[in-house]
Write a protein that binds this ligand. Sequence first.
Ligand SMILES: [Zn+2]
Ligand SMILES: [Zn+2]
Ligand SMILES: [Zn+2]
Length: 498
Amino acid sequence: MKQYEIYRIILGDDLVHFSDEKSTDFRSAKELLELKPVPGIVIIDGLKGTKTAEELDVLWELVELRGSVEFCYAPIYISHTMHYVDLLVDGVTNHIEERFKEAFAILERGGRTSSDKLADNHNLRLLTYMYARGEEYLLSPICSPFSAWVYSYPEMSLILASASKTSKICKPEDLMGLDSLRSFKLDTEIVMAIKTVVFLEENGYIARATLIDRIRKCPKCKTGHLNYVDLCPNCGSIDFQKKLMIHCFVCGHVAPDSDFKKNMAFVCPKCSSILRHLGSDYDHPLESNECNNCGSKFIEPDIKADCLYCRTRTNPSNLIAANIYSYKLTEKGSAAARTGSMQMELQLFDGQNNINFKFFCNIVEWMREYRKRYPDQVFTLLGIKFSDLYEVEKSLGDELYQKTMDELISRIRSMIRTTDITTSSAPDTFWILMPKTSLENSKVQVERIDLLNNMIDPNSENKIRIIPKCFEIPTTEDDISAEKYLELFSEELDLDMN
Ligand SMILES: [Zn+2]
Ligand SMILES: [Zn+2]
Ligand SMILES: [Zn+2]
């Protein structure tokens, strides 16, 4: 079995960690990172963590470590149990040998990933972190009662905490000035972690595993610290009282019983009738609340959810119900961790002429046969590949990216004729089958698509590139399948991209 380095970070004098194995000692994560170490096991020792300040010390060491390429997925242990920190590390141990099996497994799997791609891609870091912990690993939400977001993904928050200065996808300024909530540690990162989870799920890198809980959120600011208040249904005041009410049968007047009391008898303040018998002269109506503000009487107060953060009052039925899940890595997420590349899904074509890839190949086969019999029945395949979508999405931001893509997609769609058939062979690779079109004639289309590259802002450092190219299936070699040809053509598109 491969041996891995053991790094011990000593933050104080309460050393409890013991090991027969050789470990290298450091005074801080910074000191360790300056050595540009190879990935290994880290144990943080020396602090009991009984004071919050000590827990914070450990936390910031973790931020340093998780922020580095070397230790973003590495197994990290602490030697004393600590309330907040326990959730953020792989375990608590004072005898690292006991953890070798799992720690080595993490390092071994982590070693299979593309760690050179991790430097500035924090989504990929998270996927790598999950991948290194094996198929069974679940990214679990933790209830954080002091955070207005109620649930968070602390491991992800930690990875993002290290990244918040440079992260492009989740900008802290997206948070609608919620910085005042920072009184809770890592609050900005908690929001970013939630956004990242949503992003990774929407793009198929992680999938829901278990439904853990359901919370209600303010529809305006999306936080979950709500106070349910009861109000006067007439004027909205919270100042009302439960009172015993009397309903005078003579004139119909309804008022609190104190208004009727007069020298030991009940006298209606409106019609002055003396009310003697409950049931025949008067009764107690259902309206038993009286508003001290507007005087109206009512049976049930209105219930509103008062957001403790933005103070918006919402009908409980209009609150946003949010399901809180744990997540597992998908095939796509695992592939991203291994290859170090994240791909964006793109829906270039739709409609009834857009068919699945296998079926598309069958049609190409059929057209090839047809052309054999009628040599003037030429057809051309136009391939379109998009490059760097993921990077561009990151640098442009959601909104601008979507706008640019919508524009590009609509331009390309407008070039499709009703007799053309389309498909896609990969998330970023698309094909148009153009019947009755020679290779020569299809070049106009290629040029028109190529021109779209000029439409995209050439000054931005990351830009989408569209690579169009047309292909003809040779009339001679019959033994190569259409699918194989498309694979070869696709490789040619890749070559053109570089
Ligand atoms: Zn009122
Ligand atoms: Zn009366
Ligand atoms: Zn709110």
